[in-house]
Design a protein around this ligand. Structure first.
Ligand code: FAS
Ligand code: PHB
Length: 389
């Protein structure tokens, strides 16, 4: 087999890139390790930046998002009973879209199938060959048979545990990492959200987040210890812990119910430089990870895709190589700003096991400054809705 751009990974990065390129008449094949149902069974992000929303509309996969998504022009940061509403409209002249990553990925799958895009599921042993030459290729196994796909370029959209980043030699790539000493225990419940906007709640006993998927499907998180396990938490214990992290007015009206999903996500900041090696380009979690506190994981994957799709369109249409030659530099410039914001939000809102009394006072001073300074709120709003591409 042969194609122009071989995409490894059928998550949001791979599918969004694939749709951009297919719509531009560039041949692509997506290789996905799992089944479609498995990919769509993962509960992940919930907040889409303006840039991600625009891209979904541009590739023709935004109709259900526009019909079912919820536009939010603010969010609440709380500390104990003190609340600060961050007004996205006033400070950033923008809003975010509340629409689950699962739904976005489903829409991208549907669009790719409707437009005849090739996806090969259930592949094993994907290997990247000759990425530093003008004739790269990929091999993989499926149904016990070895296959080969020759291509012009390879997009590594295979997430943090994929094969693409590992293909870049250790003496070429430099990795930056920070592992946080806690995790997020998340649940999904078929209950109405406690508030019409998200609440990022900090308290002396830890962080809590109130999010949602629709008017009767809520997504809640609490900070938990790094070695915790979902089985350690009954629903009742989760709800009690969340209420103790919320301002009293919200804790009093929180509608609880049985969890239909319960999982723990570890928190880390991670960046691999460079994000390209020869004709291999990394996108999304294959290249970087953020703690979900700033809702930047999925959205930074989307900005990588924007830059790579733009570069490959210019190359195939005009023979202009500048985009593919500067992709890593261009993508990393925005990646590091998202890393900074996600680290700042995480440092501000969580209780760190080893923090000192001074650290705690610094957090309280940061919150007090945010509460009293409109420019501080403007900076948070502009980062949250998404910095320009
Ligand atoms: P993904 O990991 O989503 O997709 C990679 C795809 O590649 C997968 O389908 C995988 O099966 C496939 N793959 C892997 N190796 C392969 C191989 N060798 N061959 C073929 N295919 C291969 N972000 C937020 O903004 N907010 C959140 O609340 C949030 N919560 C998260 C919770 C968890 C548990 C995790 C893991 C991540 C969370 N994220 C969150 C971040 C997440 O949304 C990612 O940023 C997003 O999925 C990135 O998309 P991709 O880059 O496509 O990577
Ligand atoms: C979610 O709804 O899953 C969500 C929202 C905002 C975040 C993280 C997760 O910062």
């Amino acid at each position: 087999m042969r194609t122009q751009v071989l995409i490894i990974g059928g998550g949001p990065s791979g599918l969004l890139l694939g749709q951009h390129l297919s719509n531009a008449g560039i041949e692509t094949i997506v290789l996905e390790r799992k089944t479609k149902d498995y990919v769509l069974g993962r509960i992940r992000a919930g907040v889409l930046e303006i840039g991600t929303v625009s891209q979904l509309r541009d590739v023709g996969a935004g109709a259900r998002m526009d019909a079912e998504g919820m536009v939010h022009d603010g969010a609440v940061i709380s500390y104990g009973d003190a609340q600060i509403r961050i007004d996205f409209a006033a400070h950033a002249d923008a809003a975010v879209m509340i629409y689950g990553q699962t739904e976005m990925t489903k829409d991208l799958y549907d669009t790719r199938e409707q437009t005849g895009g090739a996806i090969i599921y259930d592949v094993d042993g994907v290997e990247i060959h000759d990425a530093k030459t003008s004739a790269p290729y990929v091999t993989y196994q499926k149904d016990g048979t070895e296959h080969r796909i020759d291509c012009d370029y390879i997009a590594g959209c295979d997430g943090f545990h994929g094969v693409s980043r590992q293909t870049i030699p250790m003496d070429v790539r430099k990795e930056y990492e920070k592992v946080y000493p806690f995790g997020w225990l998340g649940i999904l419940s078929e209950t109405p959200p406690v508030h019409h906007e998200l609440i990022y709640a900090s308290s002396d006993i830890g962080f809590g987040l109130c999010s949602m998927r629709n008017e009767n499907l809520s997504r809640y998180y609490i900070q938990c210890s790094i070695d915790d396990h979902p089985d350690n938490w009954s629903d009742g214990a989760f709800w009690d812990a969340l209420k103790r992290r919320l301002p009293q007015e919200h804790a009093d009206v929180l509608i609880t119910g049985p969890s239909i999903e319960k999982s723990i996500a570890p928190l880390r900041s991670f960046v691999c430089e460079p994000m390209q090696w020869g004709r291999l380009f990394l996108c999304g979690d294959a290249a970087h990870i953020v703690p979900p506190t700033g809702a930047k994981g999925l959205n930074t994957a989307a900005s990588d895709v924007f830059y790579l799709a733009d570069a490959l369109r210019r190359l195939y249409r005009d023979g202009d190589k500048t985009g593919v030659e500067t992709y890593s530099e261009r993508a990393l410039s925005r990646v590091w700003k998202a890393e900074r914001f996600s680290w700042w939000m995480t440092s501000l809102l969580h209780q760190f096991p080893d923090q000192t009394g001074f650290d705690h006072r610094m957090q309280q001073a940061e919150v007090a400054f945010l509460q009293s300074n409109v420019n501080a709120q403007k900076v948070l709003a502009q980062n949250y809705v998404g910095l320009p591409y």
